[in-house]
Write a new protein. Structure first.
Length: 97
């Protein structure tokens, strides 16, 4: 009776009622391909090095690439950063001297 019911539909009320494994697998592969293309076509580390002369750590590059590919992550990081600046005003101001 409950075969192939989508958990997204059941819990969140989104996506179709029926879970289609083949469609989800195709969607995941398309997203992986899109992320790989963005990563290969826009090497953040090299762009920053050329623009500023500074090196960028690998984890910062990875974060920037994911932020470029995932708008929600971009906005979450910016929101967290704004809260951090407000909560730690003295620390942030002293680091910019």
């Amino acid at each position: 009776m409950a075969d192939n019911i989508s958990m997204d539909w059941f819990i969140f009320g989104k996506d179709p009622v029926k879970y289609n494994e083949k469609e989800k697998a195709e969607e995941i592969e398309a997203l992986k391909k899109q992320l790989t293309q963005k990563t290969e076509s826009a090497p953040v580390r090299e762009k920053v090095r050329k623009a500023t002369g500074a090196e960028v750590k690998a984890e910062i590059q990875e974060l920037a690439e994911h932020m470029g590919a995932i708008p929600l992550l971009y906005h979450e990081i910016l929101t967290h950063f704004q809260r951090f600046k407000i909560d730690n005003r003295a620390l942030v101001e002293s680091s910019m001297v």
